[in-house]
Design a protein around this ligand. Structure first.
Ligand code: SAH
Ligand code: SF4
Ligand code: F3S
Length: 467
């Protein structure tokens, strides 16, 4: 077994990383005919990382397959944000182990993503799951081909405990030919007390704006109609560099002329007036903002380390609503943070009643080892937390439906992305405000932005037909 280097940072200098790139010439016949199964959990960052992983595997000749059965290599790209991630990983590994023992003794089993950055997870794999061949972390995806080529029958754990430098010219096999993810920053420095991301993804590193613009221009040349700028806290973009602000970056991206620009996720703390004005000013910056609230009580927000109060959040929310016409706003909310009282929870409901979100992702607080909140004593039982979640979901769904119903009878622009999964006679796409629409009559319009009349509204989607 290779020694894990979890405690020793293997930080490479920029030159060394560039050297790795220069040296990276792979033979696509090496694994010709062999199949990989890649399963992705977590946020858009993981989804985009999987596009890199796919490109790297295909450079060696692997082809994708959508079942474990029949695969020669399985990779699970994990998310560590909540406790249930653990069950998902080890449930998945159980299936892989079965496949390896029963049908394919040469099956390569690999784990990556945010859970790979957790020392306890690596230890568990090293001691109890010896059939796992490879664990690699979020900071060394660029080594994937080498790790596979060097693989022998020894379990390999290759996880950098610290981030390296930002590097460019990453290969991607993009899932869509219409819309693309573009990383603008990696990691997060906010250290909200409940959150594991700063530990799994490292400190904030922004990409140079000129590189981002170069990538967007290349995507336009390749026919892409939409980009989503990705980061855990996009509005803190550039603060770690001597570069432009996020508002300026948005403006630069809008000026490339790409029809649709989106970004995710914004932290209320760094949300500047300049940003709001820029979003309002450019037609191709979509009027859709994901603005996580997390909690409505200022005392819980303080314990969470969120750096804004309930009042400041509502003020920002109203400013955005007032300045950006037709904007839709969604949010994330956690219930059951340690010692959240009934009063605290009521304040969360109050904010929801005031903001009437277009939709919200809601979660029960999940303690994550190594975070400050995990050490807080908690007197609230799980049953209370579950009841709160139900109550919150009911309210959130009511407002989602209300917001969606306002669209009925209106004509909206929808970027048609593909055939509906459930009903192939229909297509699906998104409005500028990020509403999912199932569209009748647009089967020959995939990849176009078209006018759609909305005929019906549900809590999570709209129905429409071509105008
Ligand atoms: N960077 C984003 C959030 C990324 S994580 C932001 O700051 O808004 C996505 C969501 O997962 C968070 O907004 C939060 O609502 C939820 N989350 C994060 N850690 C959690 C935990 N320990 N328990 C429950 N939910 C959590
Ligand atoms: Fe986690 Fe907070 Fe960073 Fe979001 S801003 S990723 S919640 S630490
Ligand atoms: Fe999960 Fe990592 Fe994203 S913990 S939410 S995949 S940054």
């Amino acid at each position: 077994m290779k020694l894990p280097n979890l405690n020793d940072a293997r930080v490479r200098t920029k030159n060394e990383i560039e050297q790795i790139y220069l040296d990276q010439q792979y033979d696509s016949n090496t694994f010709k005919g062999q199949k990989y199964f890649l399963k992705t959990y977590g946020c858009q960052m993981n989804v985009h990382d999987s596009e890199e992983i796919a490109a790297r595997l295909e450079s060696l000749g692997f082809e994708s397959i959508d079942t474990i059965e029949g695969a020669d290599l399985v990779i699970m790209n994990t998310c560590a944000i909540r406790e249930n991630a653990h069950d998902k990983l080890f449930g998945f590994l159980g299936r892989c182990k079965h496949e390896k023992e029963k049908n394919n003794k040469d099956l390569i089993i690999a784990i990556c993503g945010c859970m790979a950055q957790e020392e306890s997870v690596c230890n568990e794999i090293m001691t109890k799951h010896k059939y796992v061949d490879l664990v690699f972390g979020t900071h060394n995806i660029h080594e994937l081909q080498d790790l596979i080529l060097e693989k022998n029958n020894i379990q390999t754990i290759s996880v950098y405990s610290k981030e390296g430098e930002v590097y460019e010219n990453i290969p991607y096999k993009r899932d869509s030919k219409i819309k693309a993810w573009v990383n603008i920053q990696y990691g997060c420095d906010k250290f909200c007390t409940y959150c594991i991301v700063p530990y799994t993804r490292g400190k904030q590193r922004s990409r140079k704006s000129c590189e981002i613009i170069k990538e967007v221009k290349r995507l336009i040349e390749d026919g892409y109609l939409e980009v989503t700028l990705l980061g855990q806290n996009v509005n803190a973009y550039g603060k770690d560099l001597n570069d432009i602000s996020f508002a300026q970056l948005l403006e630069e991206v809008a000026k490339t002329g790409i029809p649709r620009v989106r970004f995710v996720t914004s932290h209320p703390w760094d949300f500047s007036d300049e940003m709001i004005e820029t979003i309002a000013k450019y037609e191709n910056i979509m009027p859709y903002i994901h603005l996580p609230l997390q909690a409505g009580s200022s005392s819980i927000l303080k314990l969470m380390g969120r750096r804004y109060t309930k009042e400041e959040y509502i003020e920002l929310f109203n400013k955005i609503k007032k300045t950006i016409p037709n904007v839709s706003i969604t949010t994330d909310i956690i219930v059951g943070f340690p010692n959240e009282t009934d009063e605290d929870f009521k304040e969360t409901l109050e904010v929801v009643n005031e903001c009437k979100y277009d939709s919200a992702f809601t979660f029960i607080y999940s303690p994550r080892e190594g975070t400050p909140a995990a050490k807080m004593e908690d007197s609230i039982d799980m049953k209370t937390k579950e009841e709160r979640l139900q109550q919150l979901n009911k309210l959130v769904n009511k407002y989602s439906l209300e917001a969606n119903k306002k669209y009925v009878g209106k004509t909206v622009k929808v970027l048609i992305e593909g055939l509906s999964d459930k009903d192939k006679t229909k297509t699906f796409g998104y409005t500028d405000t990020m509403k999912l629409v199932n569209v009748v009559g647009a089967n020959n319009m995939i990849g176009q932005i078209v006018d759609v009349v909305i005929t019906d509204a549900k809590s999570f989607s709209l129905d429409g037909e071509i105008k």
